[in-house]
Design a protein. Sequence first.
Length: 184
Amino acid sequence: MIAGAFSPVSGKADKTLDTNGQILYYNSGRQALNIGSEGTVLTVSSSDLPAWETASGSWVGTATSNLAMANYNITGTGTVVFTSGTFTISSGSITSTKTLVALETEGSASTDDLDVNAGSVAGNLLIYSTVSSSRDVTIKTDTGTGKRHLLPADFTCDSNYDTAIFCQLRDDDRIPCLSTSNNI
């Protein structure tokens, strides 16, 4: 029920919604706004009223079109495809340009530490795992230099099914952790 949608005098609805998708808003009385066309989004007009406008920006697309997002593309109908790659740690650092990041130890050593991801930029989603269960990678928290991983504690990927997920929110030196998971 919409609070105040009925006349205080008659008790009847003073504005009837009669079309699927209509919304009710107030402008010197209750008004109905019909549903927008496909590809439009509900916005606030310069008159401070709800209005439908053609969607724009990097998130515009339909279920059957390709959608470009920065350096990543979503292609196909109903499928999201993330780019993936293997990145070898060098002196504690990688320069990742992908979403799915398989971490390789320096010189194929059995263990290595990842301190910095120098390639991460605002808007990047990073899903780390190790290339091999025989090569453990410890993602270090906040080393104070470069693009730092913000974790409650260091996290070790000791199985290629272990994951650490980060999202670079801003173009600064901190990469917040969304989740870690020891899967096997």
